[in-house]
Design a protein around this ligand. Structure first.
Ligand SMILES: O=C(O)CCC(=O)C(=O)O
Length: 282
């Protein structure tokens, strides 16, 4: 991946010395950060710049209704903003030893993204188009600076962040487990000439050595065969590392391999699914 702000060896490893690049940019960005016209922020714009990923109110009294709203968002968008989640109050009221358990959990990975001002934002991206390789991501973003764009029906939708919301998105591993019922959707980040931006990402990932495959209850050939072969998260990350960020190409190539080679053996798929689902739930 190459961009003004996260250049070099390829996500997920952070290779970011972006402030230095930004400080020395002057009025133009270095050639290597200029995106091909089809990848620039203006490409495939649409939706009239609407900011319409679903917003789900987590404080609704009817839990079933909340679950339905989350499920619909995961099916149709792969993204939603969770508001009234009560995480802050609930979290900080916990005893210290409980709070400490949340620090440095091996199942999570936290990243801070900093996007400095950029003199030519129309030519580049802060983060290139990608889907998240893990289970699920929760983002806290600047509520006064836009930048995150989500692909929907072939168009880039700019997210309008709601104050104190978590932006939640499905990653590739949940798309695999759900046999593509829930979507891990392409997203990217634009930069601004006027304002810098910060975001904080919490990545919830499965155990790295457990083969993940579609859950048996979501597989019903011939109408709905298993769309992905079993693969551990380590193997999947290695696959991505070799290919670099490329939108949804990683999962699509797996899907193609399954179509050519046939469905994975049922025993492997079922033996992995229940434990993988619980590890993803962490
Ligand atoms: O900064 C953002 O809004 C999104 C960052 C992102 O896509 C990522 O960290 O994977």
């Amino acid at each position: 991946m190459s961009s003004c702000f996260n250049g070099g060896a390829g996500w997920p490893e952070p290779v970011v010395r972006v402030q230095a690049v930004s400080d020395s940019c002057g009025a133009t960005i270095p050639e290597r950060y200029v995106k091909a016209p089809s990848e620039r922020p203006s490409s495939l714009g649409g939706g009239g710049g609407l900011n319409n990923i679903p917003v789900v109110d987590m404080s609704m009294p009817d839990g079933e209704e909340t679950a339905r709203a989350v499920a619909a968002a995961c099916r149709e968008w792969g993204f939603f903003q969770a508001v009234n989640h009560g995480v802050w109050r609930g979290f900080f009221q916990q005893p210290m030893e409980v709070k400490q358990r949340y620090g440095n959990s091996p199942a999570t990975y936290e990243g801070v993204n900093f996007y400095p001002r950029c003199p030519q934002p129309e030519l580049t991206l802060g983060v290139a188009s990608h889907s998240d390789p893990g289970g699920m991501t929760m983002l806290l973003v600047d509520d006064h600076v836009r930048g995150l764009q989500v692909k929907n029906a072939g168009h880039w939708i700019t997210v309008d962040p709601v104050l104190d919301a978590f932006i939640v998105n499905i990653g590739d591993q949940i798309q695999v487990l759900s046999n593509a019922v829930y979507k891990s959707v392409e997203h990217r980040v634009t930069v601004s000439a006027a304002e810098e931006r910060l975001s904080l990402a919490f990545f919830y990932n499965p155990r790295s050595d457990l083969p993940l495959a579609p859950m048996p209850e979501l597989v019903a050939p011939p109408a709905r065969p298993a769309l992905y072969p079993p693969m551990t998260f380590d193997e999947y990350r290695e696959h991505i590392r070799r290919r670099g960020l490329s939108g949804k190409a990683q999962l699509q190539s797996q899907q193609m391999a399954t179509a050519i080679c046939g469905a994975p053996p049922a025993a492997t798929a079922s033996s992995s699914s229940s434990s993988s689902a619980s590890s993803l739930a962490r």
